[in-house]
Design a protein around this ligand. Structure first.
Ligand SMILES: Nc1ncnc2c1ncn2[C@@H]1O[C@H](COP(=O)(O)OP(=O)(O)OP(=O)(O)O)[C@@H](O)[C@H]1O
Ligand SMILES: [Mg+2]
Length: 318
């Protein structure tokens, strides 16, 4: 198991570029992801996510620059990187006449696991991913969700420190998505580092500690969602509901310098304030109560990851 207190860099891009002819699929990206992080990797179609993930997994090479896993170069040290990385691709080949447990056993052998240890590991992974229930099914007979489970099992079979999951939630039903989220949480609590691409942003936001947004191969933003939000959106919205007349609160708010805007909307007041810290919002609430307003609801509305995504990206597909 990985030491969860470690703060070493698990994944690093150093001026990473991958060109396909005139297309700059990944264009001079530099970033570092600390060990133990769960990083969401988002960007429009064609942004370069799969390309970058394939390079991290040593399946492709950069045109320029480098990527490091646990300090080791995917270009110069690919053999030492491979045991450290588990990759779940967005699509994968299906073999005829291969049952689920045989598939996992094959990859366990490929990673050099032998004897009891191999049997134990295959059993453990089948339990963890729910593949145990379909162990005898032929690969060709699997539904999309079952394939995703098997594919995750394959990525985990050698107990890698770093997991690269390319759209693991695509095509999953709501229960399977929740189970995937639980599995990601469990893997993170084991101290693993995860890089997860997804277009299902609301769900991704619930899994990750940070996000990385790329577009047209270029890094647009990287950090905690709230940090990026603070950076891209200069103000925030607070919704206040009172027992008494909202119009009186609007008048009171309009005379305060820190309030950018206050509007009555049916039974509540929506106000815009500069991005600040929670202490400022707390003192505003205290003052409202001291003024005699009967506040029943005071909600600082967080921008969603989807809002942040729309703000940061232009929507150009290359
Ligand atoms: N093997 C290849 N040959 C030529 N061009 C490629 C190749 N692989 C990817 N590209 C191009 O590189 C760019 C990035 O593609 P990539 O698959 O990395 O995007 P993505 O962010 O994973 O998109 P999506 O969200 O649709 O999965 C696209 O313009 C794509 O057409
Ligand atoms: Mg992709």
């Amino acid at each position: 198991m990985v030491d969860p207190t470690s703060t070493a860099t698990a994944i690093e891009f150093r001026g990473l570029s991958r060109h396909f002819g005139a297309t700059r699929a990944v264009d001079n990206v530099s970033l570092a992801i600390e060990a133990g992080s769960v990083c969401g990797f988002v960007g429009p179609n064609g942004a370069g996510k799969t390309t970058a993930m394939r390079i991290l997994s040593t399946l492709d090479l950069p045109t320029h620059g480098d990527a490091l896993i646990d300090g080791m170069s995917v270009v110069l040290d690919a053999d030492r990187v491979r045991p450290l990385v588990g990759f779940m691709p967005d699509s994968y080949g299906v073999y005829k006449n291969v049952r689920c447990h045989e598939y996992l056993d094959f990859f366990a052998r490929a990673y050099g696991l032998v004897g009891r240890e191999r049997e134990r590991r295959v059993r453990q992974i089948m339990e963890f991913t729910g593949v145990a229930q379909i162990r005898e099914k032929q690969m060709t007979a699997l539904s999309k969700g079952m394939r995703q489970r098997l594919c995750l099992g394959r990525a985990l079979i050698h107990d890698p420190k770093v997991l690269i999951l390319d759209e693991p939630a695509a095509g999953l039903d709501p229960r399977a998505r929740r189970e995937l989220k639980d599995m990601v949480g469990e893997l993170a609590s084991q101290g693993k580092t995860l890089l997860i691409s997804s277009h299902i942003l609301a769900e991704l936001a619930e899994m990750v500690t940070e996000i990385c947004i790329i577009e047209q191969g270029r890094l647009r933003a990287h950090g905690r969602v709230d940090e990026i939000q603070r950076h891209v959106a200069p103000d925030q919205t607070i919704r206040v509901r009172l027992l008494d007349d909202p119009a009186r609160l609007v008048t009171w708010l309009e005379n305060r310098p820190a309030i950018l805007e206050a509007q009555q909307e049916s039974d509540h007041v929506r106000l815009r304030v500069p991005q600040g810290d929670d202490a400022e919002n707390a003192s505003l609430l205290r003052e409202m109560i001291e003024q005699g307003f009967q506040v029943v609801e005071f909600t600082v509305q967080q921008k969603s990851l989807e809002d942040v995504f729309m703000h940061v990206t232009d929507g150009v597909v290359q």
